[in-house]
Structures are given as C-alpha cells and as structure tokens.
Design a protein around this ligand. Structure first.
Ligand SMILES: Nc1ncnc2c1ncn2[C@@H]1O[C@H](COP(=O)(O)OP(=O)(O)O)[C@@H](O)[C@H]1O
Ligand SMILES: [Mg+2]
Length: 484
C-alpha cells in the first residue's frame, strides 16, 4: 500500500486486491524516521483511475469476443496490465495520530509519501490503545476480527444518545442490551416502551425468570399504574391539560382557580373535581372546555380516587434505586393517554431529581415523537440533562429527531439505512464526517451497528451486536403461519 493523495482529512491510498482491505478497517501510516504515524479509517474502496485503463479494458473486451486461440503476449505484460486494472484506491479519513507513543487528535504534519509504511491496524490494538472499555465495560458484541467490543458505561453517563436505523435491524435489541448493562452497574433506568417490547426483560428466552426479574418493573397505565389527584402537582396537571389535551388559556386560568378551591377544601377526588366544574361560575364555553378535558382524564383510566391502588412513584423509584428499570408500557394506549402518562412520568422524574431523592436516571425513549411534546425536545438536552435525565432516543425515522439533538448527541448507534434522505439526516451529526456515515451505514448487515462518538472515543467502529438471552416480545401478528 502507498499514499497517493491527501486533501483535508482524507487520505487516498493505493492498494491491490490481494491486500484485502475493507470499508471500516483501520490503517496505520507509519513514518518510521520521525517515529510517528497517522491512524486512518477506510470509508470507501474504489478502482484506481489510471490514464489509459479505459482503452485497455475496451481493447480486452474486443479481443475476448473475436480472437480465438492463444493470446499473443511476447513481452509478458498482460499479467502486469491486469494487476494495474485491478488496482484500488482506498479513501481513508484521518482519525488521529500517534507521536512518541501518544495519541493526538489533529495532527498538523504529513507522513512521507515515499518512506511511509502502511499496515492494517487490528481493532484490538486500537481498542487497547485508546482505552475504550475502562472500568465499567458493557459488552456490546464483537468486532469484525471477532474480538470483544465493550463500551464504558461512563460513556453513557450524563450523555445524550441516539439509536437509529431501518426497521428490524436490531435497534431495540441494542437498547435492551444497554439497559441491562446499566442495571448491572446499579443504574436507574426508565424506558418509555412504545410497543411493549421491554416488558419481558426479566425472563430468559425459555420463559424462566432471570437475574433481572426483581429489577425490572413493568408499569401499565390503567392497570398497575394509577395516580390520585391528591398526588398531583398543579404544574404537572396543567402540563397535561395544556400539552396533552390542548386546553386553551382562559380555561386554564379557571382550572387553576378550581384547583385552589379544591385544595382549600382538602377534597381532591375526581368526583369533587367534576362537581366543582359543574357548579363553577364561569362562561359556558369555558365550562364545556373544562368538562371535555375532565372526561378525557376520566377515560384515560390513569386517575383513581382509591388511594390504596394509587401508585407512589417515590416507592417505585426506591425499588430501582440500586439498579433497576421502570418500563412504562405504552402498548395499546391511545395517543392522548400516552401523552398524559409520559407528561406525568417526566414531571415526577424532574420533581424527584430536583429534591435529590434520586441521583440520575437513564431514560430510553422509543419513537419519542409519538408522545413527547415539542418543548420537551430542547428541555431534554438542556434543563432535564442538567437535573440528571440522560436520554437515549431510539427511532427508525431519523428525521423525527431535531437537528440540534443530533448536534448535541454524544453517541450515535447507527444501524443500516439505505434511504438517501435518512442517511443525509444522520450524517448531519457533528461528531463525524458525513462520508463515513453514508458509506459505512449503507452496507451494514442486520444486527451490525456503527458506533460513533464518545463511547468509542471518536474512532467509529462497527460491531456485530451480541445476542441476548431474554424473551423478545413484539412478534408481529401475521395471517399466514410459518411453513414448518
Ligand atoms: N444482535 C442480535 N442477535 C440476535 N438477534 C437479534 C439481534 N438484534 C436483533 N435481533 C432480533 O431481530 C429482530 C428485530 O430486532 P429489533 O431490535 O426488534 O429491531 P428494530 O428495533 O430495529 O426494529 C428481533 O426479533 C430481535 O430479537
Ligand atoms: Mg424496535
């Protein structure tokens, strides 16, 4: 292999097919004299465009068809020409440099074109060199060379992460793996589980209870998740009314008064609330507006007057304080009810975190655009993060996540995308150049994931995500049964 060109942070390297270099591989360009070298990653493999090759190919193809008998090659150059025809150019991105045994990020020098030695850099040596799995490793899977790829749980701590890719490529699977990895280290995890896929994390694939059985608590709105009005904070209630149920401003002001009235009478029940709205002296339109929201609250099944069956989040979070997950099952919940529950849950989270009843929470949100209100997006990367809510968004529609979230993301776990537009969206992520994203993500097989960001210290790596021995749910209901 030899250096051909360098432009910006792209290096082009000439190589022959016998050297078997693939996309995603790391190459080390060593400048032996200066005792330094560049760490580069192959992002694309192209044919070398040698002048005259087109002519040679055309001549070849005409002789193939018309001339029979042995090839006349008195000077024995044909093997040489074939060799050149197959020559490749590797488009590589500079990821870092090593100088006197130390890793640098932005090298300002160029290695010698004539003297440099280029060799494959095995991922294992790269992993040990950049110290990716320091003291809290979460085993994600294996690299192409079949060595273990583990990321440090600290790389998720205080961070914003995105897991994205096409349907069925293994996003939820990886999220489950991360959830369990975090639980192993005693973290508190909250999952907003849109399709009811995480509810069986406590069971092995055979259906037996596993080590996580006592640590995973599934909450289903209306069943084992209900709250009483007395537990409710006025602000959270207003958030529900305004954001989930679109209550207009004037009615919101009336509601505030009604709430104070109930507070004075110490009568926080649904029935009292209904009575109060009925007898309240106000405009008929306002009353109608309040009543329609009141019935939405009633019908959601999320509220109860029976204090014995009301869920106390303080207790729930106590249970997962030293490692565990609360899985909010949003499957078969209508979109309005979903918003009500999520609004309540996030309100409660912030409340407990501000009072320091909890240290921090890792929040996993599947297809968040279906239940997260507009203003939460910015909140999650700024205010909520400050309080200790560290979010991982999981989605197969990358354009539902705002661009500023991509810019703020610390880690991106990228599965296959073939759609140009989706790739374009993800490639705007500030942590890596768009060529890497587009070129590598397009060729990823299912269950393979390109990890970008702090978890791999900005050395993008492809991992084959390992299998999990937990019961996977969400089998699609089909009409035709399996052949066997
Ligand atoms: N690394 C893996 N090893 C084994 N099975 C996997 C792996 N990743 C995903 N699967 C399986 O593939 C299917 C689709 O994965 P899933 O995570 O639900 O995809 P997505 O969330 O991207 O739609 C599931 O049945 C899951 O169990
Ligand atoms: Mg999924």
């Amino acid at each position: 292999m030899r250096i051909y060109k360098k432009e910006g942070n792209t290096v082009e390297i000439l190589c022959f097919p016998s050297e078997k270099v693939e996309k995603g591989d790391y190459l080390f360009i060593e400048d032996p004299k200066a005792n330094r070298g560049l760490v580069t990653q192959v992002v694309d493999v192209q044919f070398a465009n040698v002048p005259g090759i087109l002519e040679e190919l055309l001549r070849d193809s005409t002789t193939d068809d018309y001339v029979h008998g042995g090839n006349f090659d008195p000077l024995e150059v044909s093997s040489h020409i074939n060799h050149i025809q197959d020559a490749l150019v590797l488009i590589c991105k500079i990821r870092g440099a090593v100088q006197n045994g130390k890793l640098l990020v932005n090298p300002s020098w160029l290695p010698s074109r004539s003297k440099s030695k280029i060799k494959r850099l095995p991922i294992t040596s790269l992993l040990t060199f950049v110290k990716i799995n320091e003291d809290l490793p979460i085993d994600v899977g294996e690299t192409k060379e079949a060595s273990v790829l583990a990321i440090d749980a600290r790389a998720l701590d205080g961070k914003l992460n995105i897991v994205t890719g096409k349907k069925e490529t293994g996003k939820s699977h990886l999220s489950k793996l991360l959830v369990l990895g975090l639980i192993d280290y005693g973290a508190t995890v909250v999952v907003l589980d849109l399709n009811g896929e995480y509810v069986n994390l406590g069971f092995s694939s055979k259906g037996e209870k596993n080590e996580y059985y006592d640590k995973v608590h599934v909450l289903t709105s209306g069943a084992n998740l209900k709250v009483s009005l007395a537990q409710m904070d006025l602000q959270v209630m207003l958030n529900i009314l305004v954001h989930a149920l679109n209550l207009p401003g004037t009615s919101t002001r009336e509601f505030r008064r009604i709430w104070r009235f109930l507070q004075q009478r110490q009568a926080f029940t649904l029935q009292e609330l209904g009575e109060a709205i009925r007898n309240w002296k106000c405009n008929q339109h306002v009353r109608d507006a309040l009543f329609s929201r009141y019935y939405s609250l009633l019908n959601s099944g999320f509220f109860t007057d029976n204090l014995a069956e009301a869920t106390t989040f303080e207790e729930l979070f106590q249970k997962v304080q030293t490692g565990g997950a609360l899985v909010l099952n949003l499957r078969d919940v209508s979109s309005v009810d979903r918003q009500i529950v999520v609004e309540y849950m996030l309100g409660k989270l912030v409340e407990l975190l501000t009072e320091w009843k909890m240290r921090a929470v890792f929040l996993f949100a599947e297809e968040a655009h279906l239940y997260l209100r507009e203003t939460y997006w910015d909140d999650i990367v700024t205010r909520m993060r400050h309080f200790g809510v560290f979010t991982t968004f999981v989605t197969n529609q990358p354009d539902t996540i705002r661009e500023n979230i991509y810019r703020q993301a610390d880690n991106i776990f990228l599965f296959n995308f073939t759609n140009e537009r989706d790739l374009e969206t993800v490639s705007r992520a500030a942590r890596v150049d768009s060529e890497t994203v587009k070129s590598i993500a397009r060729d990823l097989p299912p269950h393979y994931c390109l990890i970008l960001g702090k978890a791999v210290k900005d050395f993008p790596m492809v991992a084959k995500v390992k299998a999990l021995d937990v019961q996977t749910m969400g089998h699609t209901r089909l009409f035709f049964t399996d052949k066997d």
